[in-house]
Design a protein around this ligand. Structure first.
Ligand SMILES: *[C@@H]1O[C@H](CO)[C@@H](O)[C@H](O)[C@H]1NC(C)=O
Ligand SMILES: *[C@@H]1O[C@H](CO)[C@@H](O)[C@H](O)[C@H]1NC(C)=O
Ligand SMILES: *[C@@H]1O[C@H](CO)[C@@H](O)[C@H](O)[C@H]1NC(C)=O
Length: 752
């Protein structure tokens, strides 16, 4: 009997019969040592065949890591051939790979010398392969193939030489052609196959095995078969519509089914262009994620950050386009929860409009960081070049991680720490425009490398499924462990590619080099700004952003006490009968709103002729500017609907108009030398709102509003507070005399 290794565990309280050391492979006898061993948990019934699992990998990349993880999940011991060797097998997107055979040849020879004729060898590729079951099941299925000593996986394409298709014995099957990414067979036969002729390292391995198979005497003599129905091996290229992700309801883990052949493949291979599909499936398979178990792969790599050993991070900030609420963005950089003395700041601005603000920020805060460097618009550096500078500075060992953040990103302070502790090399926090499916990652790409929607995109964006996801494209904000690039690929990972955006070029180059990108939606990390309708020709363009960037807008422009209006049992202020008073807008809103009007400057002349109105006639004219004139009509109607209507519904109960309709929305200016007051009148509204934009006894003297029927006046207007009252019949009113300064109010006649 050959020397055998026993793989058992303490949990299997089996009595040790004989202690034999086994060279490699799975269990050989149904006896156990008391040693703790993962395999025993995975194999309740012990596996009796002598199997060696081999792969070739010269590079310890993310694909190999995923492969080995899947092996571990199913208790499979893999021997990796070629690690540390220089790969001379060519670019695997093209023909090549002979080196794999040469490495295998040596190994098989070594094994045969140990004289174990009935040894079974399972060989697979690794970078684009995952195990989906135990070795026991794989071998069982292999043995169920009739009259077969060697079984190769099969696919739909005859590659690399399509002309050979006619030489295949059977082509009227699901997957007619040999694929060399996976095979299983007995050692003596396999050794004969790999020795059937010489192969150079850069010759094609698939062609080599194909020639062996097409050789009738070899095929029949060695009993070589192809796994046409994907009983064991599923090659994904050409088979994407054959394969479906399903859920095993017994164990609640996803698996794949070949719906054409009705098989549940045990090994999946993302051959050729299907690598990205495997990346997607790999998010679920091999017990990576399920609804019930959650995200297993989120925990496996977690690093505990030690406060005294925090890594140095380069925070590379990119302002590439005109960005709403840049002020808040710059502040958010300071609020990131990480010691600034561990941060190298690189602040790149390419927008002249923002330069003075960025400059002020840099002057005030650059000294707080470990180092600080900036790139200005006047440096005339292209985006891709600026991004390369950040990466290269980091690679020249001034930092361990590069945290790249664009001005459109708004992240929670804990985001950087989360990303660092995730243990992933290239990882983005999920950020999406609020209320939209627009995000900072793609779930899939099409063949031209552009956006395509994946089956799980919505589940990820809306966080129905939470986890860490391998995706083909990330942008706007991500963390990269810089040593990932200090490989033989260093020189070619770049943001620069002709006619391609910097981020697309970069992600394409990561994909080409098999570096996985992940997006995490485990937690809520923040959101993206929507810059689409940002018009910097406006005065205070941010105040126009209530619809596109509501989160920032509310924070800056709503009164900090607005929400108090909605506290249960609140007694609303009522300075006159049925005249309600609410805190609504911030002081900053009021100032910017006035600035917008004054910058526009075309106040009406106060006469009865008003060409802005349908009839051209105004009975009670004021000096005013309509929202339409300053491009704020749409925004103001949105404000009425979103913030004013809920207030109205609280105090004038039973009256619902959503959205509220208002034809007259305008800012009025009262001043002694122009129009200081307004005579008694009814408004053409169901209710009127009157928002004070400045402060009595500070900005002006006098003023206020008097309701004649009640002989009641509101004098002490509060800036940012809203008066709301019925428009006609009971609330005949007048605007009181302003004796000094200028009073501004914003008026709407709602539901005329
Ligand atoms: C589902 O899981 C159970 C328990 O592990 C297993 O016995 C069964 O074969 C699985 N079914 C499929 C379709 O994978
Ligand atoms: C909000 O309410 C608090 C408490 O009444 C007050 O101190 C604060 O000044 C208010 N803020 C504004 C902007 O009015
Ligand atoms: C209206 O109110 C003012 C001040 O409160 C008072 O002086 C005046 O007499 C009132 N007028 C009428 C007609 O009640």
């Amino acid at each position: 009997m050959a020397v055998k290794e026993r793989r058992c565990l303490s949990k299997c309280y089996w009595i040790v019969a004989i202690l034999i050391i086994f060279k490699s492979g799975v269990l050989s006898e149904d006896v156990c040592t008391k040693d703790e061993n993962e395999n025993c948990k995975a194999h309740p019934s012990f596996y009796k065949d002598d199997v060696t699992v081999l792969t070739v990998a010269t590079d310890e990349n993310n694909g190999l890591e995923r492969f080995l993880r899947s092996a571990k999940i199913y208790g499979i011991n893999v021997e990796v051939l070629g690690l540390g060797h220089v790969w001379s097998g060519g670019d695997m997107n093209y023909a090549g790979g002979g080196q794999k055979i040469n490495l295998l040849k040596d190994k098989l020879q070594e094994l045969i010398n140990a004289k174990n004729k009935e040894k079974i060898i399972l060989f697979t590729d690794s970078y684009d392969v995952m195990f989906l079951s135990t070795l026991e099941e794989i071998v069982k299925k292999f043995k169920s193939f009739p009259d077969t000593r060697v079984l190769f996986s099969a696919e739909q394409f005859c590659w690399p030489n399509t002309n050979l298709a006619t030489q295949y014995p059977t082509t009227e099957v699901a997957n007619p052609f040999l694929n060399s990414g996976g095979f299983i067979g007995y050692l003596p036969e396999l050794l004969e196959i790999v020795n059937f002729k010489e192969i150079k390292n850069n010759d094609d391995d698939q062609l080599f095995y194909t020639m062996a198979y097409l050789d009738k005497s070899l095929r029949e003599g060695l009993k070589i078969s192809l796994d046409h129905n994907s009983v064991i091996f599923q090659n994904l290229n050409g088979a994407l519509s054959d394969v479906e992700l399903k859920l095993n309801t017994t164990e609640d883990w996803p698996y794949i089914e070949n719906v054409v052949t009705k098989q549940r493949p045990l090994i999946v291979h993302g051959n050729g262009p299907s690598k990205l599909t495997l990346n997607n499936l790999g998010n679920y398979l091999a017990k990576s994620w399920s609804q019930r178990h959650g995200c297993a792969i989120c925990e496996e790599k977690k690093i505990e950050l030690k406060e005294d050993l925090l890594p140095n991070v380069m925070m590379a900030v990119f302002i590439e386009q005109e960005t709403p609420f840049l002020e808040e963005f710059l502040v958010s950089l300071l609020e990131i929860d990480y010691p600034k003395q561990k941060i190298h700041l690189l602040l790149r601005n390419n927008v002249e409009f923002h330069e003075s603000e960025v400059d002020t920020f840099f002057q005030s805060h650059s000294k707080e960081f470990l180092t600080a460097k900036r790139i200005k618009p006047s440096d005339l550096i292209a985006e891709s070049e600026a991004r390369n500078i950040a990466k290269d500075r980091c690679m020249n060992s001034i930092c361990e991680y590069l945290f790249s953040i664009d001005s459109l990103s708004r992240v929670e302070p804990g985001t950087l720490r989360y990303l660092l502790s995730s243990g992933y090399d290239v990882i983005a926090p999920l950020l999406a425009r609020s209320g939209q499916a627009w995000s900072n990652f793609w779930g899939a790409t099409n063949s031209a490398g552009f956006y395509a929607r994946s089956h799980d995109y919505m589940d990820i964006v809306y966080r129905g499924n939470k986890g860490i996801w391998n995706v083909p494209f990330i942008t706007n904000c991500y963390l990269m462990k810089i040593s990932t690039f200090q490989t033989r690929f260093t020189k070619t990972v770049s943001y620069t590619k002709e006619n391609v955006d910097a981020d697309m070029a970069f992600c394409a180059s990561l994909r080409e080099h098999g570096i996985f990108m992940y997006v995490s939606n485990e937690e809520n990390f923040g959101h993206l700004i929507n810059p689409e309708n940002y018009d910097i020709t406006r005065t205070h363009p941010d105040v126009y952003q209530v619809i596109d960037n509501k989160i920032e807008w509310e924070k800056r422009y709503l009164n900090e006490n607005f929400s108090i209006n909605f506290e249960p049992n609140r007694e609303h202020l009522m300075p006159c009968p049925d005249v309600y008073w609410f805190p609504m807008m911030s002081a900053r809103f009021c100032q910017e709103w006035i600035d917008v009007m004054e910058a526009y400057g075309k106040w009406s002349d106060g006469s009865n002729q008003d060409s802005r109105l349908e009839g051209g006639y105004e009975a009670v004219p004021t000096r005013d500017i309509h929202m339409k004139q300053v491009g704020l009509e749409r925004q103001w109607l949105y404000i009425l609907k979103t913030y004013v209507r809920p207030l109205q519904e609280m105090v004038f109960t039973g009256y619902y108009h959503n959205p509220p309709n208002s034809l007259m929305n305008f800012v009025v200016r009262y001043r002694p030398d122009e129009q200081p007051s307004l005579r008694p009148h009814h408004d053409s509204s169901t209710y009127t709102i009157n928002l004070a934009l400045n402060t009595p006894n500070v900005d002006y003297e006098g003023g206020g509003c008097r309701f004649i029927r009640y002989n009641c006046s509101v004098h002490e207007m509060r800036r940012g507070w809203l008066l709301m009252h019925p428009g006609r019949l009971t609330h005949y009113h007048e605007g009181l005399l302003v004796t000094k300064g200028t009073r501004y109010i914003m008026i709407s006649f709602v539901n005329p």
